[in-house]
Design a protein. Structure first.
Length: 187
């Protein structure tokens, strides 16, 4: 029973990772490559949102069952980088930056790099009730919600270049907030 109890938080973390990988696979699926076809980007975005809910509970379950571990902490960070650093930016790239060439690639690189830095810094910081920089889960979920809005704008023929510019600014702002030392109280 103790082994099952000890693995439950890691199972939740691996579900988070699986949802992030599935979101990436949906986002890069060639059947969605046709110009203006965002059909698979909506479910990809929804998978990231569900991953955020899963991520919300893995740490809570570990603390409640008193089975926290360094392995669990590292596994959670690796999963978060995929689900909230890579998946959301690929979705945003497919919607907004795929035709922007090198500037689109550069904007796309900033977000997961900032997220990786933020997670690495978090992993070497002593635990307290204050976040330094916004968590990658919050940044990734917020970017995903914006991507959902952009996808519905595309579907309704309301998407403009301004959506792309605002999304780029948002990515830069979220990236800055992840690496910043701005303090946020943990919930």
């Amino acid at each position: 029973m103790d082994k099952i109890k000890g693995t439950l938080p890691n199972i939740l973390t691996l579900i988070n990772l699986s949802l992030g990988v599935l979101a990436i696979l949906l986002a890069v699926n060639d059947t969605a490559a046709a110009e203006g076809n965002v059909d698979l980007l909506v479910p990809a975005s929804l998978l990231v949102i569900v991953a955020a809910l899963t991520d919300r509970f893995d740490g809570q379950v570990a603390r409640k069952l008193n089975v926290t571990s360094e392995l669990g902490k590292e596994l959670d960070s690796l999963s978060d980088l995929i689900s909230f650093g890579v998946a959301p930016i690929i979705i945003a790239w497919k919607l907004c930056f795929i035709h922007f060439g090198i500037p689109g690639y550069l904007i796309t690189l900033v977000f997961p790099m900032a997220g990786a830095y933020r997670l690495a810094r978090y992993n070497i910081t002593k635990f307290d009730n204050i976040y330094r920089g916004i968590p990658i889960t919050v940044a990734g979920a917020f970017l995903t919600i914006v991507s959902l809005y952009n996808a519905f704008s595309v579907m309704n023929d309301r998407f403009t270049v301004y959506h792309t510019y605002l999304t780029a600014l948002l990515i830069l702002l979220l990236s800055f907030l992840m690496v910043s030392k701005v303090r946020f109280k943990k919930m």
